[in-house]
Design a binder for this molecule. Structure first.
Ligand code: SAH
Length: 239
């Protein structure tokens, strides 16, 4: 088993100014490390208040490199995982973007800032409690045009397909075939592939032709399991 140590819950004591300072420092740190390169993504990370997507007992840890618990069985991924995914995807203005696993809604808000008003963000969440949390966060922060869907995202979301960019934020046994089918030509998809409770491969696939996909493994990661038709059945999950 691999896992993360969750910091202890405690009442939030930080002010909006504290969070702003931490957010700016995080963006500079990610840029200095070479992980964050896109000016659009940097501007998005400076703008979106990550702390507003985190339940109060964990809010003060918003800018630490640790995943934090959310309502349901979800976690918000650590800050650097968003540039890790979105830089590899080359997410940009005008893209049609699908996120599988809304979690807090933070990833969808960042993506919305990057794709802009000419683009599209669809985020699918399977857990009703987590879905409500994501939807309320996005509404409260003004991301009303993000399409939030309750359902099994391992099957994609055919009504708004095709997508230029797709990410799944939970570990799958293999890249879900319906997602590959819902990509545009030249489209890219990223997500963790491997066993729950183990280190997984972060896989990036580019669609080169109607039936031609090119796969790269970028690095090793640890994510909670993808459920649904192309995920892991509940009974197989570690407790
Ligand atoms: N991107 C999120 C992180 C989410 S954690 C964020 O920024 O906060 C992974 C999420 O995937 C969890 O919320 C989990 O409930 C969800 N999930 C797991 N299997 C799913 C499926 N088949 N369809 C949609 N969501 C799924």
């Amino acid at each position: 088993m691999v896992g993360w140590i969750v910091p202890p819950p405690r009442p939030s004591t930080k002010t909006a100014e504290d969070f702003l300072r931490e957010r700016r420092a995080k963006v500079r740190e990610l840029q200095a490390s070479g992980m964050l390169r896109s000016p659009r993504l940097a501007a998005a990370m400076e703008k979106v208040p990550r702390e507003a997507f985190i339940p109060e007992p964990y809010r003060d840890y918003a800018y630490q490199e640790v995943p934090l618990p959310l309502p349901g069985e979800a976690t918000i991924s650590c800050p650097h995982s968003y540039p890790l995914f979105y830089e590899a995807l080359k997410l940009d203005a005008g893209h049609r973007f699908l996120e599988v696993g809304s979690g807090s809604g933070y990833g969808a808000a960042l993506a919305w800032e990057v794709v802009g008003p000419q683009g599209l963000v669809v985020t699918v969440e399977i857990d009703p409690e987590t879905l409500t949390f994501a939807r309320e966060n996005l509404q409260r922060l003004g991301y009303r045009e993000v399409v939030v869907v309750h359902g099994d995202g391992s099957r994609g979301y055919p009504p708004l397909a095709p997508y230029d960019r797709i990410c799944f934020t939970a570990a799958a046994p293999r890249v879900p075939p319906p997602l590959l089918a819902q990509m545009t030509l030249g489209g890219r998809i990223i997500g963790p592939v491997g066993e729950p409770g183990q280190i997984q491969d972060l896989v990036l696939i580019t669609r080169r032709g109607p039936a031609e996909w090119e796969q790269q493994v970028l690095e090793q990661v640890a994510y909670i399991p993808l459920r649904g038709q192309c995920g892991y059945p509940r009974s197989s999950l570690p407790v």
